[in-house]
Design a protein around this ligand. Structure first.
Ligand code: SF4
Length: 323
């Protein structure tokens, strides 16, 4: 049986004025079922947000896409905008990075939610206003806040309003792109609790895009670690944390203050590679503390290393365990 949402062989290129294309996403596969929570993790510029926007069909005009993105078996990419539009917001919705970017600053939050409902024929007039009140209350905002402009709300309230708007059409998959960035720690915890309860109450599948591993550990069942537009490793959160099979995953955890284990926080040297140039061998090799003979020239393939656990690292082809 096919997954609720399946991404297969997804590539995204951005054309530029200098005629050098930027190959931002390089052939990734992802799948998620109802009620599952998948964390898409990695440093800035590794392709997480581009992947999310490709799923929504919201990439800018200079992007070209290859591969397939299927919702309940139906390829949303097959006919471009015509085939993705019926699914956008209705089946798959997104909470954008930074609620202030998602909300129109010169409209009240209520009118924006009403508009979303009306545009998708979910409700009109008094029915849309009643549903808006219901949606705001479901994300912990008093219904009276519908009359407020985004700048009249706190950061946490704006994020709740953005989540309410994403939920307007009862989507089955919610993509949350860095939903807690720029929020203080207490509000972050509240937003994560809200996402957790919404997923439980509505059986939502959640794709959480974040650079924050503790957030993934707290909220997700599975994680996919992206590096240089590829999936470096994917598995249950438990397996990624306790038995990482890719040095980048191990270093990401070690670089996280809360989850570093022995208390020492290490930084990952260097920076991700430029994606407007061909990559040789393993894209992580210039930064890897376990680099060996084949790494600079032979690209490792994503291979199964255990049940529901795969990694793209040559170390998994040699007998010595990765440590
Ligand atoms: Fe490091 Fe080589 Fe594995 Fe890449 S393939 S992560 S360079 S050990």
């Amino acid at each position: 049986m096919s997954a609720l949402l399946e991404v297969e062989g997804l590539h995204v290129w951005f054309s530029r004025e200098d005629d050098v294309d930027l190959h931002a996403v390089r052939g990734i596969d992802l799948a998620i079922n109802s009620g599952e929570r998948l964390g898409l993790v990695g440093e800035s510029g590794c392709g997480k947000t581009t992947t999310a926007l490709a799923i929504m069909g919201l990439l800018p005009p200079n992007a070209s896409v290859a591969g397939s993105i299927r919702f309940q078996g139906e390829d949303m990419l097959a006919g471009g905008e015509e085939t993705v539009r019926p699914h956008r917001w209705v089946d798959v919705a997104i909470v954008f990075q930074g609620a202030m970017n998602a909300l129109n600053p010169v409209r009240t939050v209520g009118s924006q939610i009403v508009e979303a409902l009306e545009l998708h024929d979910r409700a009109t007039g008094a029915g849309a206003r009643a549903r808006t009140a219901e949606l705001l209350e479901s994300v912990g905002l008093p219904a009276a806040r519908e009359a407020r402009f985004p700048h009249e709300l706190s950061g946490g309230m704006r994020q709740r309003a953005a989540i309410a708007m994403a939920l307007a059409c009862n989507p089955k998959v919610l993509i949350a792109d860095e939903p807690t960035t720029a929020l203080d720690v207490m509000v972050q915890a509240q937003i994560l609790e809200l996402l957790d309860s919404l997923c439980r109450d509505f059986g939502l599948a959640l794709i959480l895009v974040t650079h924050d591993l503790p957030v993934v550990a707290q909220l997700c069942d599975r994680g996919a670690v992206m590096y240089a537009g590829e999936i470096a490793e994917t598995g249950t959160v438990d397996a990624l944390y306790h038995e990482p099979r890719h040095p980048y995953t191990r270093l990401l955890f070690a670089a996280t203050p809360d989850l570093g284990g022995d208390g020492d926080v290490v930084s990952i040297p260097g920076a991700p590679p430029r994606l407007d140039r061909p990559l040789a061998g393993c894209p992580f090799h210039p930064r890897c503390d376990r680099v060996f003979e084949p790494c600079p020239t032979i690209p490792p393939q994503l291979k199964t290393v255990a049940t529901r656990h795969a990694a793209a690292c040559h170390l998994n082809d040699v007998p010595a365990p990765i440590a």
